[in-house]
Design a protein around this ligand. Structure first.
Ligand code: SAH
Length: 352
């Protein structure tokens, strides 16, 4: 049996060529592209302006990889929606839907699991299972739009996975999601977060996208960073910051630095000053996130007054700082926690 074609991951040119090979006219490709990326169809049967025979042929030869909702948690505090999606191969991924005054922002996953090993992160505990396809990254957005009944305006690639460890699929996803004839989400409304895969950061810069790049820094010096993030053994902070500077030079997009505050580990005033010295003079933005404790580790979150103190210390050096608003505090909102719980339950059921 031959593999089914991954039609949702094809760009317009590829789709046209694919239809040509099938002996179909280019306008059919345009219709299908519209069904997939504007009307966000979940199956071929619903593509009502195509002849029935073509719909059937597409269903036989192509896969849509539409994720189905395995579990949905809605925060009673702020309406944040956390989805666990079931993929056709049985894997579970997580996505989050958040409503802000400026629109709807979703956080999507780029891999099933992750191999980066950051100490405080639940997504990486079981290692990497596989990369997500561009169609599966889009599929999370489309499924949430359909379920919540509202258009998504902003996307952050900050769910499970290291997006730059899946760079080719990420780039393809970014082209598709921002295509004006497709989902048409503006590149300036998209953020990709990386733990700092330096060569891939340079590669991404070459694409000249107008997306925001976020670097997960979390420590102001290498020795400490190595205890939190294994990637710090491969690249120094200096190398990662140089890659950020190159990204800014190539795109004009201000970098976001993520800094998860862990009590008594990286939240002392002198560490804020060290961080300020590193970033001084850069056109950048620091996002402080009190760490979300996970059961498997004993990290504790920095409390409100200390978070404020850290912020003020950075601001003294003219650095632009925000504190990540805690959304969905009443649901399993830390990266990878929901997926882990569901997979553990599944494992228990299977063992019974
Ligand atoms: N792999 C990418 C993107 C996914 S994680 C990256 O490392 O940037 C998105 C952000 O959440 C990263 O800054 C990550 O370090 C942070 N993060 C992961 N687990 C966390 C936790 N338990 N509490 C706070 N931040 C966490």
């Amino acid at each position: 049996m031959s593999e089914k074609a991954d039609i949702r991951s094809m760009d317009r040119t590829e789709l046209t060529a694919f239809f040509q090979e099938m002996g179909e006219k280019p306008f059919r490709a345009a219709q299908v592209y519209q069904w997939l990326h504007q009307k966000k169809a979940e199956d071929f049967a619903s593509m009502t302006n195509l002849p029935g025979s073509l719909r059937q042929r597409l269903a036989e030869t192509c896969r849509l990889d539409a994720p189905s909702i395995a579990e949905l948690q809605v925060s009673r505090l702020d309406g944040t929606r956390k989805y666990a999606f079931l993929l056709p191969d049985g894997n579970i991924i997580e996505s989050v839907y958040m409503k802000y005054h400026y629109g709807v922002s979703v956080c999507i996953s780029s891999q099933v699991g992750c191999r980066m090993g950051c100490r405080f992160c639940a997504s990486t505990l079981g290692g990497l299972v596989r990369n997500l396809t561009p169609g599966e990254m889009l599929g999370q957005i489309y499924a949430m739009e359909r379920d919540a009944g509202e258009r998504v305006s902003h996307v952050v690639v900050m769910g499970s996975g290291e997006p730059l460890d899946n760079l080719e699929n990420l780039i393809r996803f970014l082209r598709l999601v921002s295509d004006e004839q497709g989902a048409a989400i503006g590149q300036r409304n998209i953020t990709v977060s990386t733990c700092g895969l330096v060569p891939e950061m340079y590669r991404l810069a070459q694409e000249r996208f107008q997306i925001t790049l976020a670097l997960s820094l979390h420590a102001p010096e290498d020795a400490l960073r190595r205890t939190m993030m294994p990637i710090a053994n491969r690249y120094s902070i200096r190398e990662a910051l140089e890659a950020c500077d190159a990204y800014f030079a190539a795109t004009g997009r201000r970098i976001s630095y993520e800094y998860s505050l862990v009590q008594d580990v990286n939240d002392r005033p002198e560490q804020a000053r060290q961080l300020a010295a590193l970033l001084k003079g850069k056109n950048c933005h620091v996002n402080l996130i009190p760490v979300n404790p996970i059961r498997e580790r004993d990290y504790r979150e920095t409390k409100g007054p200390e978070v404020q103190r850290f912020k003020k210390e950075l601001e003294k050096s003219g650095i632009h700082v925000t504190i990540r608003r805690k959304l969905g505090a009443d649901i399993d909102s830390a990266c990878g926690q929901l997926r882990r719980r569901i997979q553990q339950e599944k494992g228990r059921e299977e063992a019974d």
